[in-house]
Design a protein around this ligand. Structure first.
Ligand SMILES: Nc1ncnc2c1ncn2[C@@H]1O[C@H](COP(=O)(O)OP(=O)(O)OP(=O)(O)O)[C@@H](O)[C@H]1O
Length: 614
């Protein structure tokens, strides 16, 4: 595998996500206009599947929302009652009861609001906990192909940002939409019952409100869309510059990078300011329209009161209703946009969950008990992309305990042979046999357990050295780990680390040299003691002393095991029992070093060009 691809595994997560989650900023009401769900019904159905596990809790929350919305709807009636029945006629004793009832209702409302928020938060946290777990479990079951073809930053952002968006929005929006709807409908009904004329007066501002907000929204949407794009660009630069720091420094491109960043940052600020200024017009505008409604109700109410057709209490309660009516309308429009973003985010999460898993083992797949290590490729054909054959009719036979060197120019297909042996990818045609058994008939886990892989750029986890070696065999004791490290010639350098075996590695072992990382990988492989070994020899970055250690450890590891070595060292190639010379996806020659040299063919030329000087 070319180094770039291998290194991609260690790429850090994107500096920021694809953009801010909706609802985090003044412009949130028009957030992410492009983020519309493609198949809303399906997304809803799948979200419901997660929520349905908490049906009774949900029912409780909705009951509380229902009650508190009803309280909001009836409270203004108490104002009417207080004015008409007690204040105007001067019955102050009764007024005390009404005031008491109002206080009680408002307190109850607050308590219910807290309980419903608490319940909904619990449910959404639990739902997100489950989605996150399912997504991560799915990630572990995905075939290597997905990781080879999808941007890792994208996968990470789905697992973190998108799930976060779902969490935040579901938590806030679902309750808000439900309570807004009830308050809206309830208020409308009560208003109609009290005074149809004043209701009509209140509704007068609604079309104006929709017209104006839509007009502004259309323009802001354009700016927010540009804002998102520029933000994406800016994040891309940050991500690239962090990952490619060394390249930037070596080519002294800091100044150029800074200027590039400033330019985009300036555009982002310009567009962002416009978007925010425009959307900032909405709240005062709403306020103004609200006040208009208030004036219309007061004027019409005053006129009707003078005529004696409505009471002062009705006007007072109507002022309250007018406010109660316009606010949820506004809220519903906001929440609708946010929900759309959340559904789109949920869709992106489900998309990964829908990716096809690594195929199940065949029904009659067997467990490998103890294997001798005979490996045979029989007329194997393989393509990563349909129609582009990468391996063409590859056949070879490795006897137990033999060392097989894979040599050939870059891109020839050496790593691909390894990818097939491990069943990271399945072949198109032909057969791969281990001890005479087709590997498709062997359980994947069992097959992989019998293989040990040491790559040039080994992945180490951000754990202690001890745990990193133990990764090869989880049941190994500390003594066994240390013994393996000694065989791998890693003990000496580990001893000199600040905390010895307890030293915690950072960033995939970035604080170790490449040679040291390889020694740890060798110790790991020694501990797992596989029957078949796959080794990728280091080509560079290792000092001669460490290289000697690595070579020595590899030789010890290879003893008595069938070993495939992507070979770069002349000594390995010379000592191999079988050399497979691969070019352009085909085995062009095979045999021992002497046999191949005598042939004076492809290998001879390769050898002369690479090693003759040495
Ligand atoms: N995941 C992939 N998807 C598509 N094409 C791939 C993939 N991996 C490798 N290839 C292609 O398959 C061919 C063989 O690649 P392979 O990695 O096996 O070469 P290699 O001999 O190991 O090269 P190197 O010595 O440079 O690591 C190349 O043309 C490469 O571009």
């Amino acid at each position: 595998m070319p180094d770039e691809r291998r290194k991609e595994v260690q790429t850090p997560p994107p500096a920021f996500g694809p953009g801010p989650a909706p609802g985090r900023g003044p412009g949130h009401r028009f957030s992410h206009p492009s983020a519309k769900p493609k198949d809303l019904r399906n997304t809803l159905r799948r979200l419901w599947k997660y929520f349905s596990s908490y049906k009774s809790m949900l029912a409780g929350v909705f009951f509380l929302i229902f009650i508190s919305s009803i309280i909001s709807v009836v409270s203004p009636l108490l104002i009417k009652k207080a004015i008409d029945d007690y204040i105007v006629p001067g019955k102050f004793a009764g007024l005390v009861y009404v005031i008491f009832a109002m206080v009680l209702l408002y307190v109850l409302n607050s308590v219910f609001a807290y309980l419903q928020g608490y319940g909904m938060m619990k449910i959404s946290q639990q739902v997100v906990f489950n989605i996150r777990n399912d997504m991560f479990a799915k990630l572990q079951r995905l075939p290597v192909k997905i990781f080879d073809t999808r941007a890792h930053g994208d996968l990470m952002s789905r697992l973190t940002n998108d799930i976060d968006v779902v969490n935040n929005t579901v938590n806030a929006s679902v309750t808000s939409i439900f309570s807004s709807t009830i308050t809206l409908v309830g208020s409308a009904i009560v208003m109609l019952l009290i005074s149809p004329i004043l209701t009509a007066c209140t509704l007068l501002v609604v079309p104006l409100m929709f017209f104006l907000t839509n007009l502004i929204a259309k323009n802001t949407r354009k700016y927010f869309s540009q804002n998102q794009k520029l933000l994406g660009k800016l994040n891309g630069i940050i991500e690239e510059d962090i990952t490619g720091q060394k390249v930037i420094k070596v080519f002294t491109r800091e100044e150029k990078e800074i200027n590039k960043f400033i330019e985009i940052n300036r555009d982002l600020t310009r567009v962002g300011t416009k978007a925010q200024i425009l959307s900032g017009v909405i709240p005062p505008l709403m306020n103004m329209l609200n006040n208009f409604a208030f004036i219309i109700v007061a004027a019409a109410g005053g006129y009707l009161a003078l005529k004696g057709s409505v009471s002062v209490g009705v006007i007072a309660s109507f002022v309250q209703y007018a406010r109660q009516f316009v606010r949820p309308l506004n809220e519903l429009a906001n929440q609708f946009n946010q929900l759309q973003s959340a559904f789109a985010a949920a869709e992106r999460v489900f998309e990964i969950m829908d990716e096809e898993k690594e195929k199940e083992n065949e029904k009659d797949a067997i467990e490998l008990a103890s294997i001798k290590g005979e490996v045979e490729f029989k007329n194997v054909w393989f393509s990563y992309k349909q129609g582009e054959m990468v391996l063409k009719d590859v056949s070879f036979h490795a006897k137990p305990g033999q060392t097989i060197a894979l040599v050939g120019p870059t891109g020839a297909g050496k790593t691909t042979i390894v990818n097939l042996l491990t069943r990271f990818y399945d072949i198109d045609r032909g057969q791969i046999l281990i001890d005479g058994i087709d590997i498709r008939k062997i359980k994947r886990e069992s097959l992989r357990k019998s293989l040990g892989i040491v790559l040039q750029d080994t992945y180490l986890f951000s754990e202690s050295v001890m745990e990193n070696i133990r990764y090869g065999k989880l049941t190994a004791t500390d003594d066994e780990v240390i013994k393996a490290a000694k065989i791998a010639n890693a003990h000496e350098f580990i001893k000199h680390l600040p905390h010895g075996y307890k030293t915690v590695l950072t960033d995939g072992g970035a604080d170790l040299s490449q040679g040291q990382r390889q020694l740890l990988a060798l110790a790991r492989a020694i501990l797992s003691s596989p029957a078949i070994l796959i080794l990728d020899e280091a080509t560079s970055n290792i000092d001669t002393r460490t290289e000697k250690h690595v070579e020595d450890a590899m030789l010890k590891l290879m003893q008595g095991r069938t070993s495939f070595v992507i070979a770069h060292r002349l000594s390995t190639i010379r000592n191999a029992d079988l050399i497979l010379v691969i070019n352009n996806g085909q085995i062009v020659e095979q045999g021992t070093h002497e046999e191949l040299l005598q042939k004076r063919g492809f290998y001879y030329n390769l050898y002369m060009s690479q090693f003759a000087v040495v």
